[in-house]
Ligand binder design. Structure first.
Ligand code: NAP
Length: 331
């Protein structure tokens, strides 16, 4: 197992994003399948599990708590607050009292008394980041949280938060087709010794080559609202996949493994957290840590898939307005 620093801990180079077991990509799998994925993940050697209060509006945390009860010491637990479900709607609220209530709910749902890494899922722009992080730092003092993380924030916001309490991890979308972190966030993390947790590292499935027909997606799949999965953008993006398949073939691995190995090659402080509902994909994704892409393969990937060759924004304008990251053009 290849390991990397994860804040002050060490975890395998590939973590497990648990979101799609309860949320996001159409109808979630039945509970027995979701539990089987979690149990198999621990058996295979995953130890970094990433969840959030938002996912399934508490269902994902409850799934982890129930399935893995009695095994808490076997995994590094990351969860998130400050964005959650209320009356059937997604709410961003970073007020200290709300973040505290989120944490208490998460501890109960996850059947634990301490979270290894507690993220603010979004910076609530109505609340100074110092106030939200300040509250989480009090939870650290109380022993309920070990380390603090932020999601989808810019380098200046990271620095402001870091001045209040050391930030252990930044979780932001990063993959071959989403390069915004290259503007400033990756460098800020490197400088401040912050682990960069790359979410949606498989491009929400696109980079695996298995998603070629968006009309087959179920109506509630959140990808349908994302510009790069729509209409002409998606048709243009599909043209990138033949080249990616060729590089994967020559590298002796799958397209998804190529995408994950590319990420691992971008810096030793990067931890991708692919998500899956399938046991075979779980194993395939973990084994990406063994793939060594040649410098020539990495250079070809960068020419093939980059902000100039990908069509469409990653988020709708409404969702884009909620985040704080530096963006490259509309990518
Ligand atoms: N902080 C944030 O704002 C934020 C936002 C989004 C996600 N996240 C975190 O990041 C994690 C991962 O992101 P994600 O789930 O959005 O995207 P992802 O990991 O890029 O892609 C997941 C999709 O890829 C498919 N897939 C996974 N492995 C595959 C393989 N080997 N071959 C073919 N298809 C494969 C999955 O379908 P199958 O089920 O069929 O495998 C799923 O539809 C989430 O679980 C969550 O923890 C955080």
């Amino acid at each position: 197992m290849h390991t990397r620093a994860n804040g002050s801990s060490t975890t395998p180079a590939i973590g497990l994003g648990c979101m799609c077991l309860s949320h996001a990509y159409g109808t979630p799998p039945p509970p027995e399948q979701a539990s089987a994925v979690l149990l198999k993940a621990l058996d295979l050697g995953y130890t970094h599990l990433d969840t959030a209060a938002l996912y399934g509006f508490g269902a994902n945390e409850r799934l982890l708590g129930e399935t893995l009860k009695g095994r808490r010491h076997e995994y590094f637990l990351a969860t998130k607050g400050g964005m959650f479900g209320l009356d059937g709607k997604r709410v961003i609220d970073g007020r200290p009292e709300t973040v505290r209530r989120n944490l208490e709910d998460s501890l109960r749902h996850l059947r634990t008394d301490v979270i290894d890494l507690y993220y603010l899922h979004r910076w609530d722009k109505q609340v100074p980041i110092e106030d939200s992080v300040g509250e989480v730092s009090r939870m650290v003092s109380e022993g309920k949280v070990r380390t603090i993380g932020l999601c989808e924030v810019s380098a200046p916001t990271i620095r402001k938060a870091h001045a209040v309490h050391p930030i252990a991890a930044l979780q932001t979308e990063y993959s071959l087709w989403t390069r915004n972190a290259e503007v400033a966030a990756l460098a800020a993390c490197r400088e401040l010794n912050i682990t960069f947790v790359a979410f949606s590292p498989l491009g929400r499935g696109f980079l695996t080559g298995e998603l070629r027909d968006v009309s087959a997606l179920p109506p509630k799949d959140i990808r349908l609202a994302m510009p790069r999965f729509q209409g002409d953008n998606f048709e243009q993006n599909l043209r990138l996949l033949d080249g990616l398949a060729a590089i994967a073939r020559e590298s002796g691995c799958t397209m998804g493994q190529t995408a994950l190995a590319w990420l691992l090659a971008q810096g030793p402080h990067i931890l991708p957290i692919p998500g899956t509902t399938r046991l075979d994909h779980l194993e395939e994704n973990l084994r990406a840590q063994d793939v060594q892409l040649t410098p020539a393969a990495i250079a070809r990937l960068n020419v093939l898939i980059n902000p100039n060759t990908v069509s469409g924004a990653r988020y709708s304008a409404a969702v884009q307005a909620e985040i704080d990251t530096e963006e490259i053009g509309d990518l």
